[in-house]
Structures are given as C-alpha cells and as structure tokens.
Ligand binder design. Sequence first.
Ligand code: MF3
Ligand code: CO
Ligand code: CO
Length: 284
Amino acid sequence: MLERMRASCSLAAQCLVMIGPHIKAGITTDDIDKLVHQWIVAKDAYPSPLNYRPGGATRPYPKSVCTSVNEVVCHGIPGKRVLKTGDIVNVDVTTYFQGYHGDTSATFYVGEPAETTRRLVETCRLALEAGIAQVKHDGRIFDIGAAIQEFAEARGFSVVRDYVGHGVGREFHMSPQIPHYKPEAGSNLKNMRMRAGMVFTIEPMINIGTYECEILEDDWTVVTADRSLSAQFEHTLLVTRSGCEVLTSRPGVLVNSEDKTWNELGKLSTSAAFSAREQAAQAG
Ligand code: MF3
Ligand code: CO
Ligand code: CO
C-alpha cells in the first residue's frame, strides 16, 4: 500500500522535472497541459485534476494540470495564455497511479526573473522547507503553519488563508487540513497532532501584497484580490517517528525554478541546510 503511494508520488515528482526545460516565453499554458497529460498517460497513470469535481464544486475541472500564472494563486486552468519573459507559473501535478494520488507543485520562471520575483519564489520554496522541518510523529499541525507564516512574513510577504494542505492517498483531498498560517485562538487545530503513517501535503501560497483571494467567473481560477504576484510550492509527505519522508522529493533540481537561487537565502533547500542556515543567522 505504502509502496503504491510512493510510486504515484515519484511519478508526480518526475513529471515536474520533465516540465522544467519546457518553460519558456512563447509557449501557452495549454502546451504545458498537453505535455503533462501525455507524459502521465504514457506511464499508465491518470491526471487526477481531469474532470475532478469536489463536493460543492459547480463544474468539474476541465484540464489535466493546474497552471497558475503571476497573480493566479492556484487552480489556474490551462488555456491560450502565452507565457512571456518575466512571468512566473506554478505547475501543479497530481497523478493517480495504482489507486493512489501523488500531489506536488513548483513555481517556474519564464526567462530571467526580476529581483523581487526571485525573492518571492525563493521565500515560498524555503517556507515549504520550514514547514516540512516541523513534521514528525506527535508534532502539532499548528507548528507547520506557524513556521511558514513566520518565515514568509519576516521577509515581507503574506500567506494565503483560503487554501490549505490536505490529507492525500486513496482520495485526492481528505482530512486533515494543513493551514500554512497560525489559525485563530480557539481553533481545535491547536491540539491536533501528527501520527506516524499519516500522509498529507504542505503547499504554501505566498503573495507580495494582500493574502486575500478572489475566484474568477470560471469558478476555478483563484487570483490575489490586489492582483499582486503569488508563488506556490507543494510536496506530499509521510509522517515518520523521527520526522518525515518527502514522497514527492525530486530526482534532480528543477530547471527554470530552483536552479535560479536567491543568494541571500542560499543554494540548498534541504531541511538540514535550512536549519543550519537559521542557526547561523541566529548566532549572528
Ligand atoms: N493539486 C491541487 C492541490 O494541491 C488541487 C487541484 S484541484 C483541481 O490540492 F481540480 F483544480 F485540479
Ligand atoms: Co494539494
Ligand atoms: Co497540488
């Protein structure tokens, strides 16, 4: 059972790696959809988003992947939008393989990013790492969001509240919910603890401006209320006694994304590298 979950997550991760080199000015988000769809189907898997209709949704999701450009926070529907130099695009891949869903996403640069853009994207990528560093058996779910929020806000950005991480496995979205911020006092989340064997995603959406979001007419596309840039990274994790296994960890560095690091934050983004950096920073 766990082996199948690992296999599905590994496929999703490989698909993201495959996409990196294709991200360039002039392609459309439909081109990304086509590449992802064909790649997943060729692996005898199914793209989970296609025709996905969660309870309460007015219409099924029409494409095989989410492509969220610039001010789009999440659930961007691939279409005729042409990517141009300076844009960012989050590609969110979910595979259904041997009965299990694997869910992972990353934000890519189209050409060379502006400095603020790079700072946003790198902050988001490392905010995810800060969240992952909190994952272990008996740890509090609350601490994941707290770490992410503190990291992102310290760098001047905001954390989206309307969309959260989620349990994943036999179903695409299940309990528990994993907020990327500190929930209100009194939330029962304060006391919820992780258990070895739990599988869930962490997928912070970080904005330059307000954390508030709006949904467009298509009933899917989520944009920032002030149309400022938004970045997102996502991993699926298995909670273990000592920490966690990143089920969607990648076989290589993502081209047009994590290969363009922001020097102030450093090159590596492993949890170990992250804690070492924070300790060095605290030591002054
Ligand atoms: N992959 C998204 C997530 O991380 C969910 C996309 S739902 C879709 O939870 F229908 F828009 F694909
Ligand atoms: Co997800
Ligand atoms: Co996803």
